[in-house]
Design a protein around this ligand. Structure first.
Ligand code: SF4
Length: 337
């Protein structure tokens, strides 16, 4: 099912403290807190605009939804619940911290028609969680995830790649741990260091050294591919384009076409494997790819064509409406060995 949301940002309120990388004002572009009346107004407006509201969820993002004051949380949920049901929106989605999930709150969320819960996991490594001042452990994430699934909610995990004290090994270990949890969805956010955060200070002092961009895109591409192979929907790969992020970013891995870059890398590796097993080092290699995958196969701004050209291989890619597999090598010309 297609995922579309009406996003309502409940910025930072409820968070027990500020995580080292967090500047919620920048991420969401807003600092005003919605009230029940705002939720009703937004939902009513969108209900009139959206063609298939039954495919859309009302989403409370931006902070730690289950950590906000209980009366405020139920005020928002009550307003949203009025717009869920036959001929209206599909359900309610929210994001929260793993250490603010328990049976009592899950029962309450169920009663208001919440369908999906996304946990800001960020990392499943205790050393990284501690260094980035998350205030919870990896076990808290696993426990909360288990409970969310037990209650029948759709489970989402949000991950940050390249945090302080993380490494390629840590990220790939995180990937395996998330696969073992089997969430329904994930969001992969390569780190963006925002001004005014603790992470920015660590970066500016030289204590926090970023992995090279290539390394991070490579890790994210591996994650994207493995999650998709496992049937886990990747709702995001890269921070969404926002003038606030571009304005406040001090360093990090922000690119408006981050996902396309990762998708191109996945194809690049598939071409490499195919060429290697065919023993091709130079020449013209012609491939068929499914038509809908053509832009991924070419790579962002045809980067894959350029990449192989620099190695002496001319990549010719033909789209096919029939092809079901990822790619097929159909012809090699002048393959010098
Ligand atoms: S829990 Fe989320 S919203 Fe709250 S401070 Fe940490 S990163 Fe920011």
């Amino acid at each position: 099912m297609a995922h579309s949301n009406i996003s309502i940002f409940v910025t930072h309120v409820g968070c027990p403290h500020l995580c080292a990388f967090c500047n919620q004002r920048t991420i969401t572009g807003t600092a005003d807190l919605p009230r029940g009346g705002d939720v009703r107004r937004i939902c009513a407006e969108q209900l009139g605009r959206i063609k298939e509201p039954g495919e859309t969820e009302i989403a409370f993002f931006g902070g730690s939804f289950t950590a906000v004051e209980r009366s405020y949380m139920t005020e928002l949920l009550e307003a949203a619940a009025e717009f869920v049901g036959e001929g209206m929106f599909r359900g309610i989605r929210l994001s929260t911290r793993p250490d603010y999930i328990d049976r009592e709150v899950l029962t309450l969320l169920k009663s208001y028609g919440v369908t999906a819960i996304e946990l800001g996991a960020q990392s499943l490594d205790d050393k990284v969680l501690e260094a980035n001042e998350r205030g919870h452990s990896a076990q808290d994430i696993l426990d909360a995830a288990e409970l969310i699934k037990e209650y029948g909610f759709e489970l989402g995990l949000q991950l940050m790649v390249g945090l302080y004290k993380s490494s390629r090994e840590t990220e790939l270990a995180n990937l395996e741990k998330v696969l073992a949890v089997r969430p329904d969805t994930v969001r992969i956010y390569p780190v963006v260091v925002l001004g005014g955060t603790k992470l920015a200070k660590l970066y500016q002092s030289g204590e926090y050294k970023l992995m090279p961009m290539d390394e991070v895109t490579d890790i994210c591409a591996v994650m994207l591919e493995r999650f998709e192979e496992a049937g886990i929907k990747v709702l995001k790969c890269g921070l969404h384009a926002s003038e606030f992020v571009e304005r406040d970013m001090v360093a990090g891995y922000y690119h408006p076409a981050f996902r396309e870059i990762c998708e191109g890398l996945i194809y690049r590796r598939a071409f490499e494997q195919e060429l290697e097993s065919a023993g091709i080092e130079k020449g013209i290699a012609e491939f068929l790819v499914p038509s809908r995958q053509l832009s991924k196969a070419l790579g962002q701004k045809k980067s894959n064509v350029r990449f192989f050209s620099e190695k002496g291989i001319t990549l010719k890619i033909t789209p096919s409406d029939e092809l079901e597999e990822k790619l097929r090598l159909i012809k090699i010309t002048d393959a010098g060995r």
